[in-house]
Design a protein around this ligand. Structure first.
Ligand code: ATP
Length: 258
């Protein structure tokens, strides 16, 4: 795998008519680490993800991944740099099998393309076989190898979320962005997903940027945490440091009291 660059978010500001969704936010994701972005509802976490993946435009500030600037890139170009993301709501093709969904995840790496593969050219068939093998390895890693032939829509929710993560891994990313990976899951599914994210962190050596409301999970998995509130960065540090930060406690307790 090619080297994992540093992701630098530098004074990022995003305004929507009258609302400052992100106000000069900065943080750095060191290569191979798990960096969590947390904060109460409306803090700006999704906006941040959407700028990083090329869906939203920054009003000012910039984001760099190694020497490449992402700030004005279209989503497919961000993907081509090796940045993959999962979504809060599942973004899979429910009628397709797990295997076919994973193969869609390998699309950006396939040279032959669908036309030549469809025409069954020998080179294209060989390439497709290699990609299929790799997709199966990743399915095995994600604990869904026994589900390869099932239509995704027929699987339990926890498995569908794992398919989504596996599909992102199929693009061989260098940075994986996970948007609330355990939202809507029961306790067992949460535990399994936490184990999978931990395995990605320790065995694949890629960087992970995590947005998650489940504090237990964030505190267990993250190397570094950035806390946002009303679009501003109010704290940044190790899980232990941010947990005892008075501004963070106020932001969360204030939310509970309201
Ligand atoms: N496309 C948009 N148009 C207008 N306002 C937006 C848009 N996207 C986000 N916002 C506003 O920006 C602010 C930050 O929203 P954002 O969704 O980034 O927060 P969040 O931290 O992800 O919240 P949650 O935890 O509820 O998902 C909110 O006030 C939201 O209403």
């Amino acid at each position: 795998m090619s080297e994992v660059p540093e992701l630098v978010v530098d004074q990022l500001t995003v305004r929507f008519a009258g609302i400052v969704a992100l106000d000069s936010v900065s943080f750095t994701v060191a290569p191979g680490t798990l960096h969590a972005v947390i904060g109460p509802n409306g803090a700006g976490k999704s906006t941040c993800f959407n700028v990083l993946s090329g869906v939203y435009r920054a009003t000012s500030g910039k984001v760099t991944f190694g020497r490449r600037e992402l700030t004005a890139m279209a989503p497919h170009r961000v993907g081509a740099l090796g940045i993959a993301r999962t979504f809060q709501n599942l973004a899979l093709s429910p009628l397709l099998s797990v295997e076919d969904n994973l193969m869609l995840g390998r699309h950006r790496l396939m040279r032959a393309g669908f036309v030549r593969a469809g025409l069954r050219w020998p080179g294209a068939l060989r390439e497709e076989r290699q990609h299929r093998e790799r997709a199966r390895e990743i399915a095995d890693f994600a604990g869904i190898a026994h589900r390869l032939a099932s239509p995704v829509g027929a699987l339990p929710y926890g498995d569908q979320k794992r398919v989504e993560l596996a599909r992102a891994l199929c693009g061989e990313p260098r940075l994986l962005m996970l948007d609330e990976p355990v939202a809507g899951m029961n306790a067992t599914e949460r535990l399994e997903m936490a184990e999978l994210v931990h395995a990605v962190r320790t065995s694949l050596g890629i960087s992970i940027l995590l947005v998650e409301h489940d504090m237990g999970l964030v505190m267990r998995l993250a190397d570094h945490v950035t806390v946002l509130d009303f679009g501003r960065r109010i704290a940044s540090g190790t899980p232990a440091e941010v947990q005892r930060d008075p501004e963070v406690l106020r932001a969360y307790l204030g939310e509970e009291a309201s």
